[in-house]
Design a protein around this ligand. Structure first.
Ligand code: DGJ
Length: 735
């Protein structure tokens, strides 16, 4: 998987379908040669070097007009010595200099992959799954080392990268920029795809043609955010869902990030990604080291679906961890949209009883069970039960729910404190803030200073007590406010720009401790819905509450966009009441479930208000999901028709089992059309030679016919697309 050629000092990293090649340049720094479709190995790739004579630039060596870093593709570039593009890192030294010279010192290639200190990352279960290359670069003047690590997951078809800085020098240095990757391409004939949006409309697929200059997406909020996801892809203009080249870059991190493409004056694209350098500085004292988060790079020439398949498989098998990673998930009901803060034990037990009768397996008690929380103005941080609402405590309620035959789950918002709370009264200095400056507000709460160990310890102890005292098998971990006035009372002035990153390390630390302490608990992450749906979170929680927007039509875009990287086994999706609480839309119970099946399925409504007929429908839906959840969680997901293309009126997708013996297809139409043409659906991922039966249709169909001639939806008896928000889910099984 990793070949080193000592005579040319070239490294060739090969996955099943891609090659990544770089070399040591004559200035002893690292130059990049190629990333793309797998090429066969050869003695030398030096001819791929872009060393050329160009007018009007600067050169490294006097008299050598071909060697300019501005023209050469590089592996992990610096600024200030003939390359004028944005660098991968920058080090501010005590004398004010930012000039460095990191030269190749040595390298090591080994089987397997090491864990990253304090950070989530992909992992191996056996050493043969990945090979790792660690290259040590060294700047002798400041006695600082940089370790560039590359892990090649051959079968998964992915390469991961991260960087570690080690300061052996006598002086302290400041990392003012420490990105995780840099990739220089030959050209810039790409479109950049990113997942952007806002609260309740997260991860819409956006695409723009690269142009000369910098195009970037970032977060500065202290969380990866619903506005931009830490991901970008470069696709060729002709690439579609099903064919063509695309490169994906996904950052395993949950805080402020930068993902950027710089196109220079020679139309060369440079991709860089990592912790956002804006408002970041890390004081690396003598003897200390700093680890960047990991980026997962994937190349596919099978279009966007091909890219997604790689990320889905890697993230569900070698990023997510724990008991729940490979298991089907329980059908849950969450009381949030059903009751909001207005509930008591009797109400919850009524809901639980009826839920059990229709097949629900897990009852989740959301916000409002602790302190004196009747609305969102108080009590975060006071993680002890409100006996007015729950006289028998969480322990008593959990027991009763267990007796009904249901599992019990509980909501927390561990990283926050309300202004009106005992915790804030006791420790007003425990929040992220700057002394003598206004403390801005968000949902009447502050962000706890998780850069401080004692704060994390305190929350850990409180949560541990509740999780130990009661029978709790699921935790929803929410986070509903972004950082402002970023500062920590505990840190000295020259470390204040470390707070946002230290905070995320604190969050990871708490997750690590709780998931280790309670290995049987299923954790679901949430941040006002999908405000922190990122690979960092997936390491601790195999599923994420995708969006506070539960409307079926809105969810088409949200789930479609999210599926570009994240497996549907991570996409929390609930059927909620109508009129929908976010957009007021009335869609049928069938359509609401038809969308939610393609996620981690559940309900979020007051089940006691449904009439007998609706309860029967829900019972049938839950039965259907249980029959198919193994296929849905473990199958291969294909996007077929995009809500972001054409007029967005039709969306379709499907999941095919790995052995291609069965598949589930979902098709959705937003508005009905008068006198519409025939509707043909070109299925994907089937076995061309298998003969399939389709539920609801007579006869059989070969896989090749279904994929190339397509299936006429109108063939279904009684097919009716004449109302708005109509949908159909159907199953295929090999005969
Ligand atoms: C935001 C979450 O996304 C909701 O599902 C719910 O848990 C509320 N917070 C509770 O305050």
């Amino acid at each position: 998987m990793i070949i080193y050629n000592a005579s040319t000092k070239e490294f060739h990293l090969q996955t099943q379908y891609s090659s990544y090649i770089f070399t040591v340049l004559k200035n002893n720094q690292l130059g990049h040669l190629y990333y793309g479709k797998k090429v066969q190995h050869r003695e030398s790739f030096q001819h791929l070097m872009t060393e050329r004579q160009r007018s009007n630039t600067s050169y490294v060596y006097e008299g050598d007009e071909r060697f300019s870093l501005e023209i050469l593709k590089q592996e992990y570039p610096s600024h200030g010595t003939t390359d004028y593009r944005e660098p991968a890192f920058q080090i501010l030294q005590e004398n004010g200099s930012r000039i460095t010279n990191f030269e190749y010192k040595s390298h090591d290639i080994y089987r397997g992959k090491k864990r990253l200190d304090g950070l989530p990352a992909t992992y191996v279960e056996s050493e043969v799954e990945a090979d790792t290359l660690e290259i040590i670069l060294y700047d002798a003047l400041i006695d600082v080392e940089m370790v560039l690590s590359y892990s090649v997951f051959e079968k998964f078809n992915a390469i991961t990268r991260a960087v570690k800085f080690r300061n052996y020098g006598k002086e302290d240095i400041n990392l003012t920029r420490a990105l995780s990757i840099n990739v220089d391409f030959f050209d810039a004939d790409f479109e950049m795809i990113h997942l952007s949006g806002a609260w309740a409309r997260e991860r819409y697929m956006k695409s723009r043609k690269l142009e000369q200059g910098i195009q970037s997406i970032t977060s500065t909020r202290g969380a990866s955010s619903p506005h931009q996801n830490p991901f970008l892809a470069l696709k060729r203009p002709t690439t579609t869902e099903n064919q063509g080249e695309v490169y994906g870059f996904s950052l395993v991190y949950s805080g402020n990030f930068l993902a950027q493409v710089e196109v220079d004056h020679y139309d060369v694209a440079r991709v860089s990604m990592g912790i956002n350098p804006f408002d970041f500085n890390w004081l690396l004292e003598s003897g200390e080291s700093f680890q960047t988060p990991e980026v997962v790079m994937v190349y596919s020439d099978d279009g966007l679906n091909g890219l997604s398949h790689t990320y889905h498989e890697l993230y569900r098998k070698r990023l997510a961890r724990g008991k729940w990673r490979d298991r089907v998930r329980p059908v849950l009901i969450n009381n949030w949209e059903g009751t909001y803060f207005d509930f008591d034990e009797e109400k919850i037990l009524d809901m639980a009883k009826e839920s059990k009768d229709i097949g629900v397996e897990l009852f989740v008690l959301d916000d409002g069970w602790f302190g004196k929380r009747d609305d969102d103005t108080s009590s975060l941080g006071d993680w002890f039960v409100d006996k007015r609402k729950l006289p028998h405590g969480i322990t008593g309620l959990a027991e009763k729910i267990k007796e009904l035959g249901l599992e019990f789950g509980l909501w927390f918002e561990p990283e926050m404190v309300s202004r009106l709370s005992q915790l804030y009264e006791a420790h007003p200095d425990w929040i992220i803030h700057v002394a003598e400056r206004n403390r801005s507000h968000g949902r009447n709460q502050y962000v706890l200073d998780f850069s401080r160990e004692e704060v994390v310890n305190h929350i850990y102890e409180m949560m541990k007590k509740i999780l130990s005292d009661a029978s709790i098998s699921y935790v929803k971990w929410d986070m509903n406010r972004y950082m402002t006035e970023i500062g920590s009372l505990k840190l000295p002035a020259n470390k204040q720009r470390e707070v946002a990153h230290r905070y995320i390390l604190g969050v990871y630390n708490l997750y690590e401790r709780l998931t280790t302490e309670f290995p049987d608990v299923l954790f679901e992450s949430c941040a006002s819905g999908g405000g922190r749906f990122d690979p960092g979170m997936l390491y601790y929680t195999p599923q994420v509450w995708t969006s506070d927007d539960t409307d079926a039509v809105e969810r088409l875009k949200i789930q479609y966009g999210t599926s570009l990287i994240y497996p549907i086994s991570s996409i929390g999706a609930h059927v909620s009441a109508v009129p929908n609480h976010q957009v007021g839309r009335l869609s049928s119970l069938d359509t609401r479930a038809n969308v939610a099946y393609f996620g981690v399925f559940g309900y979020e409504l007051d089940i006691t208000t449904l009439n007998a007929q609706e309860k029967e429908i829900v019972k049938r839906q839950i039965g259907f999901y249980k029959d198919n959840r193994n296929l849905l969680i473990n199958g291969i997901f294909y996007r077929i028709e995009s809500p972001f293309e054409n007029d967005g009126n039709v969306t379709s997708w499907m999941v095919v089992s790995k052995n291609q013996e069965e598949a589930l297809v979902g098709r959705y139409q937003v508005l009905s059309l008068a006198n519409a043409g025939l509707k043909r659906l070109l299925l994907k991922g089937l076995n061309a030679d298998f003969e399939y039966q389709i539920e609801g249709l007579d006869g059989t169909f070969y896989g090749d016919e279904l994929m190339h001639a397509g299936l006429q939806i109108d063939l279904f008896p009684g097919e009716d697309w004449s109302t708005d928000f109509s949908s159909r889910v159907f199953k295929l099984e090999r005969k």
